[in-house]
Design a binder for this molecule. Structure first.
Ligand code: COA
Length: 248
């Protein structure tokens, strides 16, 4: 079965991370599928909003660390970079339903979503520095713009996680709901009933002032990220993760 499930109910498309045994950690293949499916939804008149969700108890544990070691993304044509570009440029409303852990790109991708609903137990973290890496997906621009420099720097530099209540307070999410997917579906359906061109134009206007800056920051982040992936600091952190796996 595909590791990215795709369904459509009415005018709402659903993309679901489907690798629960690995906490939905994202591989190259999953990024590729996500980008393909997002681009297809962008051009499909019958889809008016897309919900990003997950199978199992968690949203995603972020990039698959084994994949980071085996297939480090090196160029802007890498699957992760193509996925992030498709997220940045997705013209229709993106609604996320988050439960459990949202690690790394699991949190940074939310900065690109239009409405995020999280379950009360959702837990967000961006432990890039702990892995010897740097934040990505335009988050070094978007996150401080959202929460202020001090709060963003503390979260990035300590690698600490934060709760759904804290995420709501920051404005990272719009709503907390015990059934995040049902709540996200309701919002997506409400949006899908609106005149579609007005929705697309409104999203474009909402995103316009930051779009080019985010694209430029993403490019810079990617270059540093690719170098960091080859560093001793990253290798040491990856080996630590692998050792934990081995001992459990
Ligand atoms: N890459 C690859 N596999 C991952 C993963 C990741 N990012 N995150 C979790 N997994 C796998 C684990 O190896 C484990 O698989 P196994 O049972 O075959 O060994 C399974 O998913 C469950 O994870 P586990 O670590 O046992 O769960 P936990 O509840 O003890 O810990 C986390 C949860 C999220 C704290 C821990 O999995 C973790 O730190 N993951 C890495 C997160 C990360 O750094 N992501 C990259 C950010 S840039």
């Amino acid at each position: 079965m595909s590791e990215i499930l795709e369904t459509q109910i009415g005018a709402v498309g659903y993309l679901s991370f489907n690798r629960p045994a690995k906490m939905n950690a994202l591989t190259r293949g999953m990024y590729k599928e996500l980008a393909l499916k997002l681009n297809a939804a962008a051009g499909d008149f019958s889809v008016r909003a897309v919900v990003i969700t997950s199978e199992g108890d968690h949203f995603t544990a972020g990039n698959d660390i084994v994949d980071f070691m085996d297939n480090p993304p090196e160029s802007e044509s890498s699957d992760v970079a193509v996925f992030l570009a498709s997220l940045l440029n997705f013209p229709k409303p993106l609604i996320a339903a988050v439960k459990g852990n949202a690690v790394g790109v699991g949190t940074t991708m939310l900065l690109h979503c239009d409405v995020v609903v999280a379950s009360p137990t959702a837990n967000f973290s961006m432990p890039f520095v702990t892995l010897g890496l740097v934040p990505e997906a335009g988050s070094t621009f978007l996150f401080p713009a959202l929460v202020g420099y001090q709060r963003a720097a503390k979260i990035f530099m300590t690698g600490e996680s934060f709760t759904a209540t804290e995420a709501l307070d920051m404005g990272l999410i719009a709503e907390i709901n015990a059934d995040a997917l049902a709540a996200a579906t309701k919002i997506a359906e409400q949006i899908a009933e609106q005149p579609p061109q007005a929705i697309i134009n409104t999203k474009a206007l909402l995103k316009a002032s930051k779009h080019d800056s985010v694209a430029a920051v993403m490019k810079a982040e990617f270059e540093i990220f690719a170098l960091a992936l080859q560093s001793d600091e990253a290798m040491e952190a990856f080996m630590k993760f692998m050792a934990k796996k081995g001992s459990s």
